[in-house]
Design a protein around this ligand. Structure first.
Ligand code: YH5
Length: 267
């Protein structure tokens, strides 16, 4: 059970080959564990492990390749640390093996729409984060279109919660995410953040992933590794618009900023 009276921090751990300077298995496992240790020491509540790149235009990976990337890391974290582990995947087979290897939460950018995903998640009886995306990672940024983005994202997420509830997923195990940057233009992302309260009104905790994302490129014109102050500013706005869980790269800095902002927040 997660306590949502204070903001919950989800630290990002990418275990795709491009996220390590050296492709070797030992070195990548070690550097992943060092990063996890640092994020936990800084106060992360959840570690989100992703083995499939969902960045715009990224190629898909096979089930076996994704499992080879994430399972050793999940097992090693489970052995060494006491933390909540989230698995960032859209593949039901990966969800199943990851949870059985020690992960506690499913983070699916595809909102459990893959064949069999809802049933696996229901059987596993763990929290699930349902995210909105228009299109798929390969084509989503080519020409995103909405008549009313808030209404359309709310409609989609509500519909997914209904499918989940019908399959036996418990209401208390559902989190929602509007999916910043997933099939959204700069203007769409702005509108979505400004209207985030409407998504909270569906009655589920809202998770946001804004850290270092490209809407900041338009706002401050800085490279990915120079977006800390911008990312924190977006997190504070999301907090003021009722977000409960923050998926971030920079754990310590985000926690400090959210603690300060939280002093002025009532919910
Ligand atoms: C999310 O929003 N995002 S992976 C592009 C960037 C920076 C970061 C430089 N998984 C989310 O983090 N899961 C990802 O530009 C996610 N919500 C949830 N629930 C993309 C990412 C990123 C992409």
């Amino acid at each position: 059970m997660i306590d949502f009276s204070k903001p919950t921090i989800m630290g990002i751990l990418n275990v795709t080959p491009d996220s390590f300077s050296d492709g070797g298995r030992f070195n990548s496992l070690n550097s992943a564990l060092n990063q996890v240790e640092k994020m936990i020491a800084e106060g992360a509540d959840i570690i989100d492990i992703g083995g499939e790149s969902t960045r715009p235009g990224a190629d898909r990976v096979s089930i076996d390749e994704e499992l080879n990337r994430v399972v050793p890391v999940i097992e090693a974290i489970t052995k060494r640390f006491d933390t909540i582990i989230s698995i960032d995947t859209s593949k039901p087979q990966v969800m199943d093996v990851a949870i059985k290897s020690g992960a506690h939460l499913i983070n699916d950018v595809n909102a459990l729409q893959a064949e069999g995903a809802v049933d696996i998640a229901s059987q596993l009886n763990v929290p699930v984060c349902l995210m909105h995306m228009q299109g798929n990672p390969k084509n989503m940024q080519s020409n995103p279109r909405y008549t009313n983005i808030i209404e359309e994202v709310c409609y989609f997420l509500k519909q997914r919660t209904e499918v989940c509830l019908e399959a036996g997923i418990k209401k208390k195990n559902i989190l929602l995410d509007p999916g910043f940057g997933f099939g959204k233009t700069y203007e769409h992302n702005i509108e979505l953040l400004a209207g985030l309260n409407k998504i909270s009104e569906l009655g589920y905790p809202v998770l946001v992933g804004l850290s270092r994302k490209s809407l900041l490129d338009k706002m401050i014109a800085r490279k990915v590794d120079q977006r800390l102050a911008g990312s924190i500013s977006l997190a504070i706005i999301a907090l003021q618009n009722s977000a409960k869980i923050f998926r971030v790269h920079d754990v310590a800095e985000t926690i400090d900023a959210l603690k300060v902002a939280q002093c002025f927040t009532r919910n």
